[in-house]
Design a protein around this ligand. Structure first.
Ligand code: NDP
Length: 442
């Protein structure tokens, strides 16, 4: 059943999320990244909506060509180039890997080759920038709004296709979830793991590529634009490139681990993931770099170091917390966390067919500090990206505000699910680890 609050939120997002993205990007293009000035112009009658709209770059053949080539290339790397990296990179888990068991009891196989796709793409990018000169490294920035229309076309097309597919030719009918509410089903998805053929998995492809591979390229394009406009790249831009680059590389290095996260294990594939990965992620997660093209902030050394340290500590917490849970679950608790045997709570749950299963919830390491300390680390890193932009405008701070809402909501959503799954055992766990994100506070 879909409660009214969920339905209202979904309708709000379906109507306003594309406008929010447009508003942010347009503000940079026409108002030097001020979020307030367009509103003042509109409210005082200095400008009409049509004036702003008429100044907005339209879809171009060039952008359509670039985008088609980009997505086709990523599909090619994903489907036709089996992973080679795991053969020579020690510690890297790639190649064919099994995902988690789905509610219908299916275990999907995935070709984990995201790191390889990222490396190939970036080698080509640098080869072009420094040697071949086929196109300017500012190409992404220069076509940013026309590309936005292309990303929207793909985002809507793939979400609509996924919806139609779930009715007429689902990959696994038993893993479909119909609520009967059209908007909810469109937004949150019906099929669990839609696929085309044996290997093209919608969730893995759209979550990681084209959005996350593009993330670092977008930042590089912004840095190139700064160089072109001002003859130098500021230390704030370098920090954004480095800190977000670490996050992106971490994602691909741990792509096999990613198969066990909520996105892949619990979320169905709808507009939320399809449109979100094509539009929301590449456009709004990269706002700091975009802002720095318009406002080239040069940080004093102390501030730059402070931000770098905050970002690295956040990343360390994020990675170590995720690693501790992964190790704990993989070894069924037979491991060492901070040099000691982990503490945990034994719990049980019942699957839909009535079978009883046993599991463990760790209460030591970072998981003893708070129930989602991985999110806390993520938030510290997100704050560091925003701080690189100084305090002149609020636009670059959108990311930390959004991530706080996203991860707090995710925390509550996950805990609701865990309570339904583990019942009284979950209560014992929350009594042992009483805080969610910040020990002693929340
Ligand atoms: P978690 O990795 O925190 O996984 C939550 C699940 O882990 C629970 O559902 C439960 O699953 C299990 N679990 C909970 N507590 C314990 C415990 N004490 N011991 C063992 N297992 C436990 O959540 P996500 O998948 O959401 O996040 C993964 C990472 O991805 C996070 O670091 C997050 O910050 C990041 N992320 C980033 C986003 C971005 O846009 N940048 C978006 C979303 C996530 P079970 O049913 O198996 O018990």
């Amino acid at each position: 059943e879909v409660d009214w609050f969920s339905l209202a939120s979904i309708l709000f997002l379906l109507m306003f999320a594309p406008l929010i993205v447009y508003y942010f990007i347009m503000s940079c293009d026409q108002y030097q990244c001020s979020l307030i000035d367009p509103l003042i112009d509109l409210l005082t009658g200095k400008k009409h909506l049509s004036d702003i709209w008429n100044k907005t770059p339209t879809l171009t053949y060039r952008a359509a060509g670039i985008y088609t080539l980009w997505v086709t290339f990523q599909v090619f790397l994903y489907v036709f180039v089996p992973d080679f990296c795991h053969k020579f990179l020690p510690g890297y888990v790639g190649g064919v890997q099994a995902g988690a068991v789905t509610p219908a009891g299916v275990v999907n196989k995935y070709e984990i080759n995201g790191l390889q796709a990222w490396i190939v793409t970036h080698v080509l990018w640098f080869a072009n920038a420094y040697y071949f000169h086929w196109f300017s490294p500012t190409i992404i920035f220069d076509n940013w709004i026309p590309l936005l229309w292309c990303a929207n076309v793909l985002g809507y097309a793939v979400s609509t296709f996924a919806m139609i597919k779930s009715y007429f030719f689902p990959t696994n009918a038993k893993d479909c979830k119909f609520t009967g509410n059209f908007f909810y089903d469109y937004m949150m998805g019906i099929e669990f793991n839609p696929r085309i053929g044996k290997w093209f998995d919608f969730k893995l492809f759209f979550n990681g590529r084209p959005g996350i591979v593009a993330w670092t390229l977008i930042n590089l394009s912004y840095a190139a634009k700064q160089q072109e406009l001002y003859g130098q790249v500021t230390n704030s831009m370098v920090l954004v490139n480095v800190l977000q680059g670490i996050y992106v590389l971490d994602f691909f290095w741990n792509e096999a681990w990613y198969l066990k996260t909520i996105d892949i294990c619990h979320d169905h594939f709808g507009w939320y993931l399809g449109w979100g990965d094509c539009v929301w992620l590449p456009y709004l997660y990269t706002l700091q770099g975009l802002y720095l093209v318009y406002h080239p902030v040069q940080l004093c050394t102390a501030n730059a170091i402070g931000i770098l340290v905050l970002g690295l500590i956040g990343y360390y917490i994020f990675r170590m917390t995720n690693h501790q849970k992964d190790l704990f679950r993989r070894t069924n608790g037979n491991c060492k966390i901070w040099g000691k045997k982990p503490e945990y709570i034994e719990c049980s749950y019942m699957s839909a067919d009535g079978t009883k299963y046993y599991s463990k919830l760790m209460t030591s390491g970072f998981w003893g500090w708070a129930r989602h300390f991985n999110y806390t680390g993520d938030l510290m890193g997100s704050l560091a990206y925003c701080l690189t932009c100084g305090f002149e405008h609020i636009l670059p701070y959108f990311y930390i505000v959004y991530m706080t809402i996203l991860l707090t909501h995710r925390c509550i959503r996950d805990e609701h699910r865990c309570f339904s799954k583990y019942g009284k055992d979950w209560k014992r766990y929350t009594a042992a680890v009483p805080y969610r994100l910040i020990p002693g506070v929340f």
